[in-house]
Design a protein. Structure first.
Lengths: 335, 434
């Protein structure tokens, strides 16, 4: 019984949040890795792209809410998602046309493109702050919990409760659908195959008649969709605050590099590796230990690191992977 | 000729802008911009060494600047004797244990043959070391933080004159840079970028959370000054007499005197650094650095140790950023860890270097002054602009209120646009490399 309680406590505070956070990171890292594979630079504006996508969705959600539209138990934001994606895609394509295209034609060094993306990051960050401000914004509606801690306790008779936020389940379901659709697209459709060919060997792809501008355009649209979905899911699960999206950049890049830059499968694996290590290392195990070893009464929280050091976790994993396996777990195209 | 007449004109223009602020607003504001401009110029010099000389992409400037700030606290604040008695030595002992654990694990990695026993041994050493460290560290920290937490609750510093903290800040930053460089240099350039971004976030997290060291978010205030206090000047009869005899209000005169004193200190540092950087750039060492930057493979074939040279310049550049950080904390008179924002301390310095001209020290200095001036002035300019645009709208109209409220965020947008425009139309910057 105690073991079961320990397991439930672990699930409540580690496994469920870890899965949800991992899915959000994986979606973000997929965007980074796609840009790296096709456009060949690390996009520092990705966190702010997520913020922009989430912001457009939020604005449309508010409008829908003011009209009284709702999806019942599901958040209205899902309905607004396509609009958010479209707005983000439009913005990214405009930026590509006026900014990135010039450097692509120049065949500029990747590091120049990284600096350019830094400029874009400033602009997007300013844009988001200009439009919606820097404060926390709440836009989640629909049912809050799939199952609350109290219901779970009553149902099972255990001491520990397991609360599952509906946004956590939503995150996982949406992430699975998106990832499945992305892999189907990359592996089964003609366009997807041409994208992979372009990523593997640009010259060969050009020789076989693939239109590079079209590949780039589709990449930006997919990235817009991924970033917006990741941003909205993160915002629904936690809350929307422009600055936190900027800070997500580090774990997202860590996830993409740990998995192997340029490898979509690696991005997903990396997302979960980073998310679970962050949650595990910053979780206070006192409760779990209390159930597993009732005789041992620790006076500390048995917390390896305080939650403020979660950046240190993704950073350390990143460094370890870079030192021992620089191409990442899934053999990306790095080095 | 190091500077062309065009460069001199650009410098004259930027200083003209700052002087114009003195005439239109106040000399206090203008000198404030000038002082921070001096510090920004030094930060830009540091980044320019890394990026301009060697092509290293460091986006952890914020962390090194903050470490410099910590240097100011550690050197100049008076020591808290009660806290030292309560747990000072224990904290240091615990940190040494932590260090020994890491060194021990690294030695095991080097000495033992590859295989399961080695992995096991390393894990045992790391886990055991961690628990011993925490067992020693946690109670010591608790004891220190319990000493008068409202005003102290930390170990304090050494109580030395604050000017000593400038080189110490540089050394602290150099130490952190050595650690990062040792691990991340030699990998791809993007990886160095991510690694430096990470280390800077960690440094800020440490400053925010390790109250025993830096009082965390409770801030350290009242760091001793290298220059007199305004109030002392106002109380000094001779000063008041001289100020009034020259026709100045003593209150304004005192604050301007203090700012000028800071300016002369900072200007001295900047001039020495600029002279050193120019000498280094013109020396065989500087030419080697640029050769490595332009073609690593060729430089390596000529027998240059690329990774070692990269580490060298990375440490040097970060030390300069640390120096600037210590100077800035001295100027502010306080260390506020939560004020360190990457957009302000890392990316803005990058805008300075790129706009000023990467690879040219004078360009970095110009960029430092110009971008700092814009950073300060864009907000009032933006507000005026928006007030003009919205003047036709009725008061209380939601769009007008929203626009007026958002004017403060114009800065980031403007900085981004400036960066993009310079990169596109004048990628070598205002004063290009020669």
């Amino acid at each position: 019984m105690d073991l079961l309680n320990a397991l439930v406590a672990l699930a409540n505070f580690v496994i469920v949040p870890g899965i949800a956070y991992g899915s959000q990171l994986a979606l973000g890292a997929l965007g980074v890795t796609l840009i790296y594979g096709i456009l060949r630079f690390s996009n520092f504006a990705h966190g702010d792209t997520m913020a922009f996508g989430a912001m457009s969705t939020i604005l449309f959600t508010w409008w829908l809410q003011s009209l009284g539209v709702s999806l019942g138990p599901l958040p209205t934001a899902l309905l607004a998602l396509p609009v958010g994606i479209a707005a983000t895609a439009l913005l990214l394509l405009t930026i590509d046309k006026f900014v990135y295209k010039f450097y692509r034609e120049q065949k500029a060094a990747p590091v120049i493109l990284v600096i350019v993306s830094m400029g874009i990051m400033f602009v997007m960050n300013g844009l988001v702050r200009f439009i919606i401000g820097v404060d926390d914004q709440r836009f989640a509606d629909g049912s809050r919990f799939l199952i609350t801690a109290r219901e779970f306790k009553e149902m099972t008779g255990l001491q520990e409760g397991l609360a599952i936020k509906s946004t956590a389940l939503l995150t996982v379901v949406v992430a699975i659908i998106v990832v499945a659709a992305l892999f189907w697209f990359l592996n089964r459709t003609r366009t997807g195959k041409s994208m992979r060919a372009f990523s593997d060997n640009e010259d060969l792809a050009l020789l076989s008649g693939i239109n590079p501008e079209r590949v780039v355009m589709i990449t930006w649209i997919i990235v817009a969709a991924l970033a917006t979905i990741a941003g909205v899911l993160y915002g629904l699960d936690k809350s929307f605050k422009p600055f936190t999206y900027f800070q997500l950049l580090l774990p997202i890049f860590a996830a993409a590099i740990v998995g192997g830059l340029g490898s979509p499968l690696g991005a997903i694996a990396g997302g979960f590796v980073i998310a679970f290590s962050e949650v595990l290392i910053t979780y206070a195990f006192k409760k779990v230990a209390g159930y597993v070893l009732p005789a041992w009464e620790p006076d500390s929280l048995i917390q390896l690191l305080s939650t403020d050091y979660k950046f240190a976790v993704s950073f350390s994993i990143l460094i370890i992977v870079l030192l021992f396996r620089p191409t990442g777990l899934f053999r990306g195209k790095a080095l | 000729m190091i500077l062309t007449s065009r460069d001199l004109l650009l410098f004259a223009l930027v200083f003209g802008l700052i002087i114009a602020t003195g005439f239109t607003q106040s000399w206090n504001v203008a000198l404030g911009i000038f002082n921070m401009g001096l510090i920004s110029a030094i930060m830009a010099l540091g980044v320019n060494m890394q990026w301009g000389y060697a092509g290293l992409f460091n986006i952890g400037v914020m962390g090194f600047v903050a470490l410099g700030g910590l240097g100011a606290v550690v050197i100049s604040m008076p020591p808290v004797n009660d806290a030292w008695a309560a747990g000072g030595l224990r904290v240091i002992f615990a940190l040494l244990i932590g260090l020994a654990t890491i060194i021990g694990a690294a030695q095991l990695w080097k000495r033992m043959p590859k295989g399961a026993p080695r992995a096991l041994a390393i894990i045992v050493v790391l886990v055991a070391g961690f628990f011993i460290f925490r067992a020693l560290f946690d109670p010591a920290v608790e004891a220190i933080e319990a000493i008068n937490p409202a005003t102290l609750g930390y170990l304090g510093g050494l109580g030395l004159p604050v000017l000593f903290s400038w080189p110490v800040g540089a050394v602290l930053a150099a130490g952190a840079a050595w650690l990062v460089g040792k691990t991340a240099l030699g990998l791809r350039s993007d990886y160095l970028a991510i690694a430096t971004l990470g280390i800077s976030e960690i440094i800020i997290a440490v400053l925010k959370n390790e109250d025993w060291l830096s009082r965390g978010v409770k801030n350290v205030i009242g760091i001793p000054r290298p220059v007199p206090y305004e109030i002392d000047l106002q109380n000094s009869e001779s000063f008041v007499e001289r100020a009034t005899s020259w026709g100045f209000d003593p209150v304004i005169a005192s604050s301007i005197t203090v700012k000028l004193a800071y300016s002369s200190l900072f200007l001295t540092v900047l001039v020495i650094l600029l002279w050193l950087s120019q000498a280094a750039l013109a020396s065989p060492w500087g030419r080697m650095m640029r050769a490595i930057r332009d073609n690593e493979v060729a430089a390596e074939a000529m027998g240059k140790d690329v990774t070692a040279r990269h580490l060298q310049i990375f440490v040097l550049g970060s030390a300069v950023c640390g120096l600037a950080g210590a100077m800035m904390t001295t100027l502010d008179g306080q260390l506020t860890p939560s004020s360190y924002q990457p957009l302000r301390f890392t990316f803005l310095v990058w805008v300075m270097v790129i706009v000023g001209g990467s690879g040219n020290n004078f360009g970095a200095v110009l960029g430092g002054f110009l971008i700092w001036y814009l950073w300060v002035m864009v907000e009032p300019f933006g507000l005026t602009l928006i007030q003009t645009i919205t003047s036709g709208m009725t008061d209380g109209y939601w769009l007008k209120d929203h626009l007026l409220e958002s004017a403060a965020h114009m800065r980031l947008l403007t900085m981004g646009l400036i960066l993009l425009l310079v990169l596109r139309f004048s990628p070598r910057g205002l004063i290009p490399e020669r």
